[in-house]
Design a protein around this ligand. Structure first.
Ligand code: PLP
Ligand code: ZN
Length: 394
């Protein structure tokens, strides 16, 4: 057994996602000014960290410590996130003739969503860099997660959230001691508000992909999928995309594992299918009409709060993942999301988030259109718990 080292990270550098320009990793960073793109952490794993090391490690995402950017274990702020279950959806699968259908269920994470992964890494790194005050625009789950990790880290936290978000999302932020600011509009309006606040305050901005480390937490979903499937990857992953951190992160994980030799050379990577709501589907528009996607775009709120992200900062990176993987983007209706959520609850005993339910609705549409092989190994990503959305589901 190889214990997790106390101090160590193979994190070598930060680089602009578009042009590769290096940025110092030991300083506080937001995004790459050169191309107005996210910053990516690059690792050098020579020598030493191998997948056999994982056998006896803790059952949280921190088992991948060497693949994460925190230099000292004492700076880790953890609430037990990650290593979430992978369920075979046998009832839905056999009813709808899918031979090998799975759900990676993120609902058991602290604060009830996969946002815990990103915030755990980002707040750990923020602590390591001496940051005391954080702010985030959110569709709901990221705000609750940031509030909880800031509480654990003893940091101050401000969360800016659309007023129409279900009350649980607001209540949890207040209970964790965050300062909650409500805005009429979508997350893009909340982001503007963060910009206004920060003209005076200069608090650390944890907006999606505008700092480098939430992505690192989210990528651990890719490591877990590979480990849980015994280092074989599925044929398709359906992911509910808003800002895109999970989509980009999972793909980053696959590439890192390939270059580290954790996946056999020539392993074919999954086709990544990004799912959005018809109420707000910028990625679908950009995927099919890259030049004119903003024309006539009128984003609306969705029951799947997290998908209503009108102008994602990581748009180019999301499109790149779809292209590189041979995947696609598609939108589903609000009624299809609600129906899918009920089906998964009744047949699988899982009360999943509307965002996660959107992936089941999307899979049925893809199969009916003949775009997916029902015999393939398919993973749906349920990104959060349905319990937080109940007031919108009645
Ligand atoms: C439950 C849930 N699913 C999916 C998303 C979209 O996540 P990402 O930013 O990784 O695309 C969100 C974001 O708020 C969310 O809360
Ligand atoms: Zn650049």
């Amino acid at each position: 057994m190889t214990a997790i080292p106390e101090t160590f990270s193979y994190a070598a550098a930060l680089a602009c996602a578009r042009c590769g320009r290096p940025y110092p990793i030991h300083q506080i960073q937001q995004f790459a000014d050169c191309c107005q793109q996210p910053l990516l952490v690059q690792y050098d794993w020579e020598p030493g960290f191998c997948k056999e090391d994982l056998l006896f490690r803790e059952k949280t995402m921190w088992r991948y410590f060497e693949a994460l950017p925190v230099s000292e274990r004492k700076h880790i702020i953890s609430l037990g996130e990650g290593m979430t279950p992978l369920f075979q959806l046998s009832s839905l699968g056999s009813e709808q003739d899918f031979a090998d259908l799975w759900m990676k269920d993120e609902s058991g994470n602290p604060t009830g969503s996969f946002k815990a992964r990103g915030m755990s890494v980002a707040i750990s790194k923020a602590k390591e860099l001496g940051i005391h005050r954080c702010i985030v625009p959110t569709a709901g789950n990221a705000g609750g997660a940031l509030a909880a990790y800031c509480a654990k880290a003893g940091m101050e936290c401000t969360v800016v959230m659309p007023r129409h978000t279900p009350s649980v999302f607001k209540d949890e932020c207040r209970l964790y001691g965050a300062n909650l600011v409500l805005v009429d509009g979508l997350i893009s309006d909340c982001a503007k508000k963060v910009g206004e606040v920060n003209r005076e305050k200069d608090w650390f901005d944890l907006s999606t992909l505008k700092e480098p480390y939430r992505l690192e937490g989210k990528k651990t979903m890719g490591y877990e999928l590979a480990e849980q499937f015994n280092w074989q990857l599925p044929d398709y992953i359906l992911y509910p995309a808003g800002g895109g951190t999970g989509l980009i992160g999972i793909w980053k994980a696959f590439k890192e594992m390939l270059s580290a030799g954790w996946l056999a050379p020539g392993t074919s990577l999954p086709k990544m299918i990004a799912v959005q709501s018809m109420e707000c589907a910028p990625l679908v528009r950009a995927f099919y009409q890259p030049q004119q996607w903003k024309q006539g775009f009128q984003p609306q709120p969705s029951i799947a709060n997290g998908l209503a992200v009108p102008y994602p900062f990581g748009m180019d990176m999301m499109l790149e993942v779809l292209q590189q993987s041979g995947g696609l983007a598609m939108a589903v209706s609000e009624s299809a999301i609600k129906k899918a959520l009920q089906q998964v609850a009744r047949q699988e005993g899982l009360l999943i988030s509307p965002e996660g339910a959107a992936t089941w609705a999307a899979l049925l549409q893809l199969r009916n259109a003949g775009h997916i092989d029902p015999g393939a190994r398919i993973v749906l990503l349920n990104t959060g718990s349905g319990y937080k959305y109940l007031e919108n589901l009645q």
